[in-house]
Design a protein around this ligand. Structure first.
Ligand code: FAD
Length: 395
């Protein structure tokens, strides 16, 4: 079956794909979103989603522009007003306050499931958007006039452009022949919720240690979400501990900074890698989010970089539509690629360098760590540089 085509097909409705699709539809473009996973509605009464994001102010601005931020905050978004970063093997601490950035918070901790739920609901009510779910992009065929997207139910969509927001293993990227540069960190990010003996003080905490950093992010109801980076075998070991032993292990890894930490949820682990697409554009296919770049989670910026891709692409395509230019024009798509690829590559290698500096127990990196933290903490321009990046407003 061939139906009258939308202007744009978006493959994947994770947070980045759904935000891109909604932004395009609100800009007056006709969009079909194709998502493989069934909807899993979020409710406040259910246990919180283990996957939480540190949403930077620039990303909150994007949700606000889509009219969704008040709903997200009313549902469950925990502001963090301070950030403390220190190292197990060196003195010195980095301490940021919201007032340093001239705001009331440095960002918000929000569940992935909540963001996705709010975005999907908005898409379902959006007259310019069609939501095909569950459905999978099975094949992509390009010709001079546009792109044909074949779904696994045998239907076919024709559009001017296909946006691949189908995640780190992006089948659309692979089908388009776009190569990736990759570094496997041989680490896993262990995630879960804990309850701390002393209050988390609305602070995002991170302690670096040779195996990888442990982040403790403030959450509602006195809970805190942890992202504990560990070498793969060590991650398997801590995942298998009983709750009491896991609580003790995470308390030690956190240096007892908030007293005893107790397990408050199941745990999960994600493999960590650096993966950068060599191109963001191939013909009429454009990559956004993890399909284009997967970064180390130590700075909590993965989804924020993807949302910045979404904002830039929507702005360029809206401009093209207003000027009556074709959406698949190579010059237009190259502009998107140039701007986002350089910003994302710089961010990815900065996080990679931090991982190498703080994850090593060799003598030179160990000697550099304490002075580096102290230097950034004391030198005003360096503090401003880090705050601008953490807020997602560096560009
Ligand atoms: C341990 C850990 C902690 C993290 N913490 C943070 C953090 O604090 N802050 C932050 O910003 N980032 C964080 N990240 C990164 C973040 O998880 C990712 O950057 C983000 O999920 C990427 O979103 P996305 O929408 O691009 O991709 P995804 O969330 O992977 O979404 C892709 C979507 O595409 C769909 N799909 C796949 N194939 C097809 C197909 N053929 N057809 C149709 N649909 C398809 C999938 O079902 C999925 O819904 C963390 C990552 C890890 C591993």
């Amino acid at each position: 079956m061939t139906r009258r085509g939308p202007d744009i097909v978006v493959a994947g409705a994770g947070v980045v794909g759904a935000a891109t699709a909604l932004g395009l539809a609100r800009a007056g473009l006709r969009v079909t979103v194709v998502e493989a996973r069934e909807a899993a509605p979020w409710t406040a009464a259910a246990p919180p989603d283990l996957r939480v994001y540190a949403i930077a102010p620039a990303s909150a601005d994007l949700f606000a522009a889509l009219g969704l931020w008040p709903r997200i905050v009313a549902a469950r978004a925990q502001p963090y007003r301070e950030m403390r970063v220190w190292d197990a093997g060196a003195a010195g601490e980095l301490h940021f306050r919201a007032s340093d950035a001239g705001g009331t918070s440095l960002g918000h901790i929000v569940e992935q499931g909540l963001l996705q739920h709010v975005l999907w609901q908005a898409l379902q009510h959006e007259p310019n958007a069609e939501f095909r779910c569950p459905a999978r992009v099975a094949a992509v065929l390009e010709d001079e006039d546009g792109v044909a997207v074949e779904l696994d139910d045998g239907s076919r969509l024709r559009a001017q452009l296909l946006v691949a927001a189908d995640g780190a293993d992006s089948p659309v990227r692979a089908a388009s022949g776009i190569e990736v540069a990759e570094r496997d960190y041989a680490q896993r990010g262990v995630v879960g919720f804990v309850r701390s003996e002393r209050p988390h003080a609305d602070t995002a905490w991170q302690r670096f240690q040779p195996g990888g950093p442990l982040a403790l992010l403030p959450f509602a109801d006195g809970l805190a979400s942890i992202v504990w980076t560990l070498p793969t075998a060590e991650a398997e070991r801590v995942l298998a501990l009983d709750d009491a032993a896991f609580g003790d292990a995470v308390t030690r890894a956190f240096d007892g900074r908030l007293g005893a930490l107790r397990t408050a949820s199941p745990r999960a682990a994600f493999p960590l890698r650096l993966r950068l697409a060599e191109r963001y554009v191939q013909g009429r296919v454009v990559l956004v989010g993890d399909a284009a770049h997967v970064v180390h989670p130590l700075a909590g910026q993965g989804v924020n970089l993807g949302l910045a891709d979404a904002a830039e692409l929507v702005a360029l395509l809206r401009g093209a539509r207003d000027a009556g230019r074709p959406l698949g024009a190579p010059t237009l798509l190259r502009r998107y690629e140039r701007s986002r690829r350089s910003a994302n590559t710089l961010a990815a290698y900065t996080f990679d360098a931090l991982e190498r500096l703080f994850g090593s127990d060799a003598v030179v990196p160990t000697l550099l760590r304490g002075p580096s933290l102290a230097l950034v903490d004391r030198v005003a321009p360096l503090r401003r540089f880090f705050l601008r990046h953490a807020s997602g407003r560096a560009g």
